[in-house]
Ligand binder design. Structure first.
Ligand SMILES: Cc1ncc(C[n+]2csc(CCOP(=O)(O)OP(=O)(O)O)c2C)c(N)n1
Ligand SMILES: [Mg+2]
Length: 596
């Protein structure tokens, strides 16, 4: 086999069902090998591995990410050297920051040309080394097969993340024997993984945990994306339901616990529900699971969970323990096992807490500080559109987003009954994520409803991928919330820059989104501009049997509330005009060091 054929065979052996990528000189041998592999599969009625070609490699990276986030399987991206590779830097960093497993295979110039500023040469190892979980430059062709296999192992194990394999063109053209097995010796990493696997929660640790839980009156689970990545949503749900412990999630943790459950308090943080943030303020025992106290949640670590006498933290990554907030109990290891062990320990010990008082307090918080918006407005409020969408999807659709206000409204107003349905760029907050992520998710889940709730500015970033949707006839539904600009930026400018809308207003921009979608082959592309049409237009969008697009002209001044400003504590949360507040607060302008 050639090196290129070995790469493709390992991808097939790893169960890869789609490759997202764009060809070019330095990766031509591997694209040819994909062609030959698929031709053979077709002839033998085997399983071809379809290639999905984006408009831009950034799109391919986010497609691989959408595939991985929605399925839990490793996404694969195949690109050429130089500009092909550098176009994937943003999705690679995005995957790293949100712990998403992808493998990116880049062509590289031939070994002899490396370092000569050859045509389409880029220093991929040093560029990607700074943003990926791991990077391999394959200089010894005899190690190519094992390297690609090892890339998958590293991407999916421990805290998942992106792995890059940089393969010089002459290594792809090299011929050798495919062994069908074997990985690289990576004793340090593998040793840590073995150690993690052996770290089961001891009865002593469980006993200490239940001592704390036993004295708590207001326990609260704070669940992050790690719960989803670890496949621990079911174990978390069992744990919460067994003892009646309410759950708040981070943006990344949405779906780790069914948002329609009575014990769900939805999302906390900068734009979390007021009742979630107040519950966090009130809790006396905080149980953090697969969450990392990031600055959009623990804005001021010292004032985060001020009444929690104890904090427990479960995570796969030891580096997260005590990183931001000092905790009193921690467990590093596989989350599902640890949560199941806690559930079992308490059951065996006959632990039957009574949190009725806490539940009553929370029910009141939920009612008094419920999400709300300007329902009487003649303009289309984005929240209303999302409520109508949610009525039809019933928490079972995959929803992707861009970044900005529309992302936060979707997080606040859509239900998610299971993990891996809510796909958003959390840590990096990358505009342009929504559309390609929806494509990847639809490829991984051909029979699911996939909706991209996007912003007018975010979708512009990867708008070329509209054509990718129709090229592959993917029934993705796109909802663009058009507020004629960078709404989230405008919101900050109104709050903190005296309303000077520097470079964020797009009301004079000329794009006709409907025509753009039509030009890219959408058979269903409409503009929604009247409030009374919202239910019908959403119904028609969801019901359309193929790619469908709607541009919604929303109230350009709609704001995202609640909002915890940088440098503020949860009790200083601004809830806006339509959500009640425990104590109405004047807006404080953050100092320069606190911005973003
Ligand atoms: C690639 C990238 N560039 C810049 C930003 C900074 N930013 C955050 S939100 C936002 C505005 C997004 O506008 P839009 O997509 O229309 O969403 P809206 O807030 O209007 O709903 C910007 C510019 C970003 N998050 N990502
Ligand atoms: Mg906008």
């Amino acid at each position: 086999m050639t090196g290129a054929q070995m790469i493709v065979q390992v991808l097939a052996d790893e169960g890869v069902t789609a490759i997202f990528g764009y060809s070019g000189g330095a990766i031509l041998p591997t694209y040819d090998a994909v062609f030959l592999y698929n031709e053979k599969q077709a002839a033998e009625r085997g399983r071809p591995v379809p290639l999905i070609v984006p408009a831009n490699e950034q799109g391919a990276g986010f497609m691989a990410a959408g595939y991985a986030r929605s399925s839990g399987r490793v996404g694969v991206c195949l690109v050429t050297s130089g500009p092909g590779a550098t176009n994937t830097v943003t999705p690679i960093r995005d995957c790293m920051a949100d712990s998403v497993p992808i493998v990116v295979i880049c062509g590289q110039v031939a070994r002899a040309a490396i370092g000569t500023d050859a045509f389409q040469e880029a220093p991929v190892p040093s560029l990607m080394g700074a943003v990926a979980k791991h990077i391999f430059l394959v200089t010894d062709p005899a190690k190519l097969e094992a390297t690609v296999r090892t890339a998958f192992e590293i991407a999916r194990t421990g805290r998942p993340g992106p792995v890059v394999v940089d393969v010089p063109k002459d290594v792809q053209n090299w011929e050798g024997t495919f062994t069908g097995e074997g990985t690289l010796p990576i004793p340090g990493y593998r040793g840590r993984m073995l150690e993690l696997a052996s770290e089961s929660l001891s009865p002593q640790d469980a006993a200490r945990f239940f001592e704390m839980l036993g004295t708590a009156r207001r326990p609260l689970i704070y669940a992050g994306g790690g719960v989803i990545n670890a496949g621990a949503a079911e174990a978390l749900t069992q744990f919460a339901l067994t003892y009646g412990i309410p759950v708040v999630t981070t943006l990344m943790g949405i779906g780790a616990f069914d948002t329609t459950q009575a014990l769900s308090l939805r999302m906390l943080g900068m734009h979390g529900a007021a009742f979630a943030n107040y519950a966090l303020d009130d809790c006396d025992f905080l149980i953090a699971a697969g969450a990392r106290f990031d600055d959009r949640v623990a804005t001021v670590p010292a004032k985060f969970a001020p009444n929690a006498r104890r904090i427990a933290h479960l995570d796969i990554d030891r580096a997260e323990i005590n990183k931001v907030k000092r905790v009193h109990w921690s467990h590093v290891g596989a989350l599902a096992d640890a949560l199941a062990a806690l559930t079992a320990y308490g059951r065996n010990a006959g632990f039957k807490p009574d949190y009725a008082q806490w539940h009553a307090e929370l029910a009141e918080l939920k009612q008094r500080y419920a999400m709300n918006y300007d329902r009487a407005s003649a303009l289309i409020q984005p929240h209303y559109v999302l409520e109508e969408l949610n009525r039809r999807t019933r928490g079972e659709a995959i929803v992707t987003t861009g970044v900005g206000q529309h992302q936060m409204w979707a997080a606040q107003y859509c239900d998610f009954r299971a993990p891996r349905l809510w796909l958003t760029s959390g840590s990096m907050g990358t505009m342009g994520f929504g559309l390609p992520a929806a494509i990847g998710a639809q490829v991984a889940n051909p029979n699911r409803l996939v909706v991209d709730v996007d912003g007018d500015a975010s979708i512009r970033m990867n708008i070329g991928e509209l054509e990718t949707v129709t090229t592959y006839d993917l029934p993705v539904k796109v909802v663009v919330m058009n507020n004629f600009g960078d709404g989230m930026v405008k919101q900050w400018q109104k709050l903190f820059h005296k309303g000077r809308l520097s470079a964020s207003d797009k009301s004079l921009h000329k794009k006709d989104f409907v025509k753009a979608a039509q030009a890219d082959g959408f058979k269903h592309a409409v503009r929604l501009s009247r409030k009374e049409d919202v239910p019908r237009v959403i119904e028609e969008l969801i019901g359309f049997p193929g790619p469908a697009f709607v541009e919604v002209l929303i109230d350009p001044d709609a704001g995202v509330y609640p909002m915890v400003s940088p440098g503020q504590s949860y009790d200083q949360m601004i809830t806006g005009e339509y959500i009640a507040s425990r104590r109405p607060v004047a807006i404080k302008t953050p100092g320069p060091s606190e911005m973003f």
